[in-house]
Design a protein around this ligand. Structure first.
Ligand SMILES: [Zn+2]
Ligand SMILES: [Zn+2]
Length: 137
């Protein structure tokens, strides 16, 4: 069973209605590591699904977030970006082209003294700067 099939099983189990448009959105998310925005997804699929509205993309993403199947990233201040990879990982955002890259590395970070009374469940390291392509320009 490949990743997509596994995900489809999960969606079915959660009682998600899988329309062809929703499937295409899921497939698109599954096959990109660029952390697309809702606009990116819509633009990539609108030729294949001329009747699909931007709201369909947006609503599908909302459902996926609600079910905990997609993470919403607030790294990009101009728009929300989406990440189907739920395991703990970190990111690099290019200030020029806006691409977000995954950083798969464990950072040993000590919980700061100020947070001693808190229950910390997650943290994220965000690097920013220029990606190799933009650096060359
Ligand atoms: Zn770049
Ligand atoms: Zn990511």
């Amino acid at each position: 069973m490949n990743e997509l099939q596994k995900r489809l099983e999960t969606y079915k189990r959660l009682g998600l209605k899988l329309t062809p448009q929703r499937l295409a959105i899921l497939e698109y998310l599954e096959n990109t590591r660029e952390h697309p925005s809702a606009e990116d997804i819509y633009n990539a699929l609108k030729d294949r699904f001329p009747s699909m509205s931007f709201a369909t993309v947006y609503n599908t993403l909302e459902v996926l977030i609600e079910k905990g199947l997609v993470k919403e990233l607030s790294i990009d201040s101009s728009k929300k970006r989406f990440d189907p990879f739920l395991h703990s990982h970190h990111h690099f955002i290019c200030k020029q082209c806006g691409k977000i890259f995954d950083v798969e590395r464990n950072f040993d970070i000590l919980i700061p003294e100020e947070l001693k009374e808190f229950e910390v469940s997650d943290f994220q390291v965000v690097f920013s700067g220029l990606c190799p392509t933009c650096k060359k320009k």
